[in-house]
Design a protein around this ligand. Structure first.
Ligand code: GLN
Length: 445
């Protein structure tokens, strides 16, 4: 299926075989009671996974979907990936992503888009589209992703799989190539909430190598319960806006009714600053990106275009190495941060971000989770939004607020539209309460 779906940027068959053989040896030793195998088996022994190509894996190219990092081979492994390796996974390859995770369709990947297994003429969503497509097509049971404004949840919804964006700071960002550092989270895709919980449990937890990593214990996840007795679900009126595909709204409302039938109490909540999330995000994320991407200068990482003078080398390297969307974001971000505009744009956006965060704090005094759609529409055709960045940005309206507030968000399938494309529902929870989201989705599933 891979030639049709193009889920990978780098395929790592030798590494996978090596890791699989090591897993077999470990298992054989355990079967024979060989004390060198330890007392138990690692939780994910032999499970094949894909790693989104923005997370470093030692000695394997990390391109970030960009020509500028085409030949960059990281000398170290991201903490989240290392934890999965320690748990026994087998890495099949590095999955496709929009360039530097900027996008909602994988069409911004310098290596060509991935495709949606439900309809090959449609996008799988993005930016973690390669991972979502691969899990949906059953190429691998699980994959990692990163989510700065929806890049795990939106592709999970478009491909009909389960995807978790953890609380900001819950999973280490060490070894994740930075996009918007105050928004980036590392998470995972799998077929069900129970499987996502397995990955999350392993990836999460404090890491001294990431200064924003939270030093909090990861609660035990008890997913046994199949009812939702006592769960208070808030439905934000601001998320059922004009322009939402009626079938998406319908499927999400039916799922909420089913959760009510499982014992949950449903009430309306208000997140009044929701409509500001999009402009706030598209100021803050590009501003942070413009600073983070300054390091790709042809000197320190990846590609270098030869030139007579240094400044010329910078221009040529960045001019050829970055794609159009990345350049647009660098320009937007540089503008928002420049003297004279900083207060009016970046400073103002930061203030509104606080209001958005307060909306969530207030809502979570009344309810345990918030239920809403993940995206206004199901997967769109390849090429539909490529000439219209604003239309592409609108894909993110329901996912951006969680990143601005730092709260966790879970996307999981709740039905299909009339074309047979999956519809996703999103649950958001208070900071560090991924357990509530996973438990609720588990009971529903
Ligand atoms: N689509 C959003 C963007 O382009 C979010 C991407 C992401 O979460 N990495 O910035």
């Amino acid at each position: 299926l891979e030639p049709a779906l193009h889920t990978l940027i780098t395929f790592t068959p030798e590494l996978a075989l090596q890791q699989a053989e090591a897993a077999d040896r470990r298992y054989a030793a355990w079967r024979q009671d060989d004390p060198s195998a330890g007392w138990g088996l690692p939780a994910l022994l032999g499970i094949p996974v894909m790693i989104k190509d923005v997370l470093c894996l030692k000695d394997v190219p990390c391109t970030c979907g960009s020509r500028i990092l085409e030949n960059f081979v990281p000398p170290y492994t991201a903490t989240a990936v290392q934890r999965l390796l320690d748990a026994g996974v087998v890495v099949v390859g590095k999955s496709n992503t929009d360039e530097f995770a900027m996008g909602s369709s994988t069409e911004n990947s310098a290596f060509g888009p991935s495709r949606n297994p439900w309809d090959l003429n449609r996008v799988p969503g993005g930016s973690s589209g390669g991972s979502a497509s691969a899990v949906a097509a059953r190429l691998v049971p699980a994959a990692t992703g990163s989510d700065t404004g929806g890049s795990i949840r939106q592709p999970a919804a478009f491909c009909g799989v389960t995807g978790l964006k953890p609380t900001y700071g819950r999973v280490s960002r060490y070894g994740l190539v930075a996009y918007g550092s105050s928004l980036d989270s590392v998470g995972a895709f799998a077929r069900s909430a129970a499987e996502v919980a397995e990955l999350f449990r392993i990836m999460a937890g404090h890491d001294p190598l990431d200064s924003t990593s939270a030093n909090l214990p990861v609660p035990e996840l008890h997913l046994g319960q199949r009812n939702l007795q006592g769960l208070r679900i808030g439905v934000p009126e601001e998320y059922f806006i004009e322009g939402i595909q009626p079938e998406v709204e319908q499927a999400v409302r039916v799922a909420i009714d089913q959760m009510q039938a499982l014992g949950a109490r449903v009430q309306t909540v208000s997140l009044p600053h929701t409509s500001y999330a999009l402009p706030v995000y598209y100021l803050i994320a590009p501003a942070e990106a413009s600073a983070n991407l300054a390091r790709y200068d042809g000197v320190r990482f990846g590609r270098r275009e030869p030139a007579e003078r240094m400044i010329e080398m910078f221009f040529k390297t960045r001019g050829k190495g970055f794609g159009a969307e990345v350049k647009r974001r660098i320009m937007l971000g540089t503008y928002a941060l420049s003297a004279g505009y900083y207060d009016a744009y970046y400073g103002q956006a930061q203030k509104v971000r606080t209001l958005i965060k307060q909306d969530f704090e207030r809502a979570f005094q009344q309810v345990d989770v918030i239920a809403c759609p993940v995206t206004p529409t199901t997967a769109f055709p390849i090429g539909e939004h490529t000439d219209d960045p604003l239309a592409m940005y609108l894909e993110d309206v329901f996912t951006l607020p969680a990143n601005l507030a730092g709260v966790p968000g879970l996307a999981f399938p709740v039905g299909f539209d009339s074309r047979g494309l999956p519809v996703g529902m999103q649950l958001m929870g208070p900071h560090f309460r991924e357990d509530i989201l996973l438990q609720a989705a588990y009971a529903y599933q």
